[in-house]
Design a protein around this ligand. Structure first.
Ligand SMILES: NC(=O)c1ccc[n+]([C@@H]2O[C@H](COP(=O)([O-])OP(=O)(O)OC[C@H]3O[C@@H](n4cnc5c(N)ncnc54)[C@H](O)[C@@H]3O)[C@@H](O)[C@H]2O)c1
Length: 335
């Protein structure tokens, strides 16, 4: 079966225009795609336009949007899911994270979207094979799981289901790359995919340490901001672990500390979200907010992320081209 070629994918259909659908719309408009949206909730069109307007300064700062203002003439609202799918060259599904909602939505899209076009789901938890069960053309369905806010954070996890064509995975990756995203491809389905598993492993220990009184919420976040976070943002946890062994690398760590590492693992916490643990989380968040609203914090986070990613774009990861390993030294000399 031949899928619609990347250069012919010009109209993106979006099912659902909540926070994720809005982020996709902003990014796709910035990348000169036509976007057609269906969302039945009251005021969805106005919220979507306001969300795209709010995302635009970040898209401009990242160099993702060439136009000074969002090209709203390229944005249409459809009368139904089927109407949206009929007009689309590709569909990204972003409805609520509940199998019974997604099942209905995916089945309707699949029933009218031409069979050579991809259905991509933003689902953070539902494995794609479960969604394929409701499709007549399951071979073109897969997951493209973004990270919030999806118009800024580059990662998208591409996850195939049991029936997904390998060519659909390739096409989805190329589609996301064209949008300026950084796709990774999972080799098997697993609940929470990859990044949510990593995130929740760390979050579980942070909550455990907070509830056990090991450190304050401020200091737990500081441990990430000043220690683990910068190293992980530069190169990820596995390369960080390798470098912890110095010149001897991971081989030396395993030779010397294998049983110690297993000992640390066995001491990690298994907290439950009891009322007491929830209270300490709420109290911690209140402390961290310093009397400011979450909206103020979110806006600040987005500006910080834009600055960080602008730096990253200008200074590529050395693993993409080991010739860049000397780049830091060159900058040092230039200073
Ligand atoms: N919020 C995040 O941080 C995040 C990150 C990555 C992925 N996701 C995933 O993206 C999806 C959407 O998440 P969200 O946070 O945008 O949810 P949301 O609740 O903000 O938005 C869902 C939207 O879907 C609409 N909707 C409901 N029924 C519909 C239907 N039949 N047809 C079309 N639209 C319909 C709702 O009106 C709502 O606007 C979920 O699967 C979630 O797991 C969320």
């Amino acid at each position: 079966m031949t899928l619609l070629a990347l250069e012919n994918i010009r109209v993106a259909g979006l099912a659902g225009a909540g926070s994720v659908g809005t982020a996709w719309a902003a990014l796709m408009l910035a990348k000169d795609m036509k976007v057609v949206v269906y969302d039945p909730s009251e005021g969805a069109a106005e919220r979507l336009r306001a969300g795209v307007e709010a995302a635009w300064p970040a898209l401009r700062a990242l160099g993702s949007a060439n136009q000074a203002h969002p090209p709203f003439e390229a944005l249409r609202f459809a009368a139904s899911l089927e109407d949206m799918a009929r007009q689309s060259d590709i569909v990204q599904e972003n409805v609520a994270e509940a199998l019974e909602v997604k099942r209905d939505v995916i089945a309707k899209i699949d029933s009218v979207l031409a069979s050579d076009r991809l259905i991509l789901s933003s689902s953070g938890g539902v494995p794609p094979s479960q969604l394929q069960a409701f499709c007549s053309h399951p071979e073109r369905l897969l997951l493209g799981h973004p990270f919030h806010p999806a118009y800024i954070v580059p990662l998208v996890e591409v996850v195939a289901g049991e029936k997904t064509l390998p060519a659909a995975v390739t096409l989805a990756r190329r589609f996301y790359e064209k949008l300026g995203k950084h796709p990774i491809t999972l080799q098997k389905e697993m609940t929470g995919h990859l990044s949510n598993r990593l995130q929740f492993a760390l979050l579980r220990e942070a909550i455990y340490c907070l509830s056990e009184g090991v450190a304050s919420a401020d200091d737990i976040d500081a441990a990430m901001r000043f220690g683990l976070g910068p190293r992980w943002a530069v190169m990820g946890p596995l390369m960080t672990f390798n470098l912890a062994g110095g010149d001897g690398g991971i081989e030396q760590i395993l030779a010397r500390f294998r049983t110690d590492v297993e000992g640390w693992w066995s001491s990690l916490g298994q907290p439950s979200l009891t009322p007491e643990v929830c209270d300490s989380l709420k109290a911690g968040a209140q402390l961290l907010r310093k009397g400011r609203s979450n909206a103020e914090w979110s806006a600040w986070r987005d500006r910080e992320l834009v600055d960080f990613l602008s730096y990253r774009n200008a200074h590529p990861y050395a693993g993409d081209d080991p010739a860049n390993l000397g780049a830091g030294a060159a900058r040092e000399v230039a200073r």
